[in-house]
Design a protein around this ligand. Structure first.
Ligand code: ZN
Length: 149
């Protein structure tokens, strides 16, 4: 199996069986986002234990890229503190070429060391329209975090 086929399998697995896809009771922070170019929608909800993401939900509808990104994001963020969440947001945006990579705590050539399954989305960066799909849950997460401060 080629690396691209492997990545495709990972994306489809998250799309078919999205993780943390049910609304939380009484979230501490939440935001809704949509991507009118594609019709993707996502609601991101967070519960904190002190500084740590104790629980997270991404209730999404839309294309496979946006839904897989949302599912992978929830897996990557649960149990992380706010500093680690910020690092992951920057690592993801660097991998997708949304942000410059040179000031990052990660090696952009080896994002999987930090990003896990999210690495499977890196092929999307060649398609700017789809980058908006992949970024939607992350932009919505940032809205939720900004509202919590
Ligand atoms: Zn989309």
């Amino acid at each position: 199996m080629s690396i691209n086929e492997l990545y495709r399998e990972v994306i489809l697995d998250h799309y078919r069986a999205p993780r943390h896809h049910d609304h939380l009771d009484n979230p501490d922070a939440e935001a809704q986002g949509n991507n009118p170019l594609c019709g993707d929608e996502v609601t991101v909800e967070l519960k904190f234990d002190g500084d740590t993401v104790a629980d997270i939900a991404a209730v999404s509808a839309g294309c496979s890229i946006s839904q897989a990104s949302a599912s992978m994001m929830t897996q990557a963020l649960i149990g992380r503190d706010r500093k680690e969440v910020d690092e992951l947001v920057h690592a993801f945006k660097a991998m997708m070429s949304i942000e410059e990579a040179d000031s990052l705590p990660i090696d952009p050539e080896r994002p999987g060391a930090v990003l896990g399954d999210l690495e499977a989305l890196q092929g999307v960066r060649k398609f700017p329209v789809r980058v908006k799909c992949a970024d939607l849950p992350w932009a919505t997460l940032e809205q939720a975090l900004a509202g919590d401060e």
